[in-house]
Design a protein around this ligand. Structure first.
Ligand SMILES: [Fe+2]
Length: 272
């Protein structure tokens, strides 16, 4: 049984205005319900469903989010580059080539006397851009931060389930949590790995679920039917809050519990 714990909430990919409003409406309730100390959120699609913006960033911060992670769509809104370069609470995947705008990890002050937490954003390479190795990049970042912090949170933004699971095992015992993003579908494989790392393949999507991963269904189906580009439009309906809460032992920084949050639950009918 753990002693005192630190509670970290991670919110899965926020989609456009529906996702931002959902966070504004519900985050404070979840923070109270789970005694959350620190909130991290993947925001790469917060700007109308693609990219980030200063307005989206401000809305997330004023809703109670402490750090915003990114991914391949971080680069989709050119107007955000100046903020990305300078704002310490916004991250993009660390394993982009040297010289890329922004930062991929940071050390942040926790409330009270809880110390500091490092947040690291990585991106997978399977079915994605051939950037630097996320595994070796994690090794390098851990070397930089391990003497400064007890808690290390990793957002692994990746397409392939196996790549995320492999990173979880690779970092087991060396970081507090490895949580995946990017697919927008929450996975039910949350667990504590043997050496004390909380793991979940994908935290899911905070946004409209009457959609294909946040896009209007007709556009998405037409893209698949005709194999041609169709204008991307963010969906609006059936908005859910999706993420995980992790409980970390303040003596060791290791995870003692992980819970998925998906609110409200999908309608699943009654089994007879
Ligand atoms: Fe992504």
């Amino acid at each position: 049984m753990a002693g005192k714990t630190l509670k970290v909430m991670f919110i899965g990919d926020v989609i456009g205005t529906p996702g931002l409003n959902m966070i504004e409406l519900w985050l404070k309730n979840f923070v109270r319900q789970y005694n959350v100390d620190f909130v991290i959120c993947n925001g790469e699609n917060a700007h109308h469903g693609k990219g980030m913006s200063l307005e989206a960033l401000n809305q997330l911060l004023s809703s109670g989010v402490n750090v915003i992670t990114g991914g391949n769509h971080t680069w989709s809104n050119f107007n955000f580059f100046e903020t990305l370069k300078s704002h310490p609470q916004v991250l993009r995947p660390q394993n982009y080539p040297k010289g890329t705008y922004g930062r991929g990890y940071g050390i942040y002050r926790l409330p009270g006397s809880l110390g500091d937490i490092a947040v690291l954003n990585l991106q997978g390479r399977t079915f994605m851009y051939p950037i630097e190795c996320p595994f070796r990049t994690a090794d390098w970042v851990l070397k930089q931060v391990k003497d400064q912090v007890k808690y290390i949170f990793v957002d692994m933004h990746a397409e392939a389930t196996a790549e995320k699971i492999a990173l979880g095992w690779y970092l087991d015992g060396r970081v507090s949590a490895v949580i995946g993003t990017h697919t927008h579908a929450q996975t039910a494989d949350e667990r504590i790995l043997p050496k004390g790392t909380a793991y979940c393949t994908d935290a899911g999507m905070t946004g409209p679920h009457a959609s294909v991963i946040g896009m209007q269904t007709k556009t998405a189906i037409d893209r698949m039917l005709f194999q041609t580009p169709h204008k991307y439009e963010c969906a609006a309906d059936d908005v859910h809050f999706s993420g995980v809460v992790i409980s970390l032992d303040t003596a060791t920084g290791k995870a003692v519990a992980i819970r998925r949050i998906f609110y409200p639950e999908f309608e699943r009918g009654e089994m007879d």
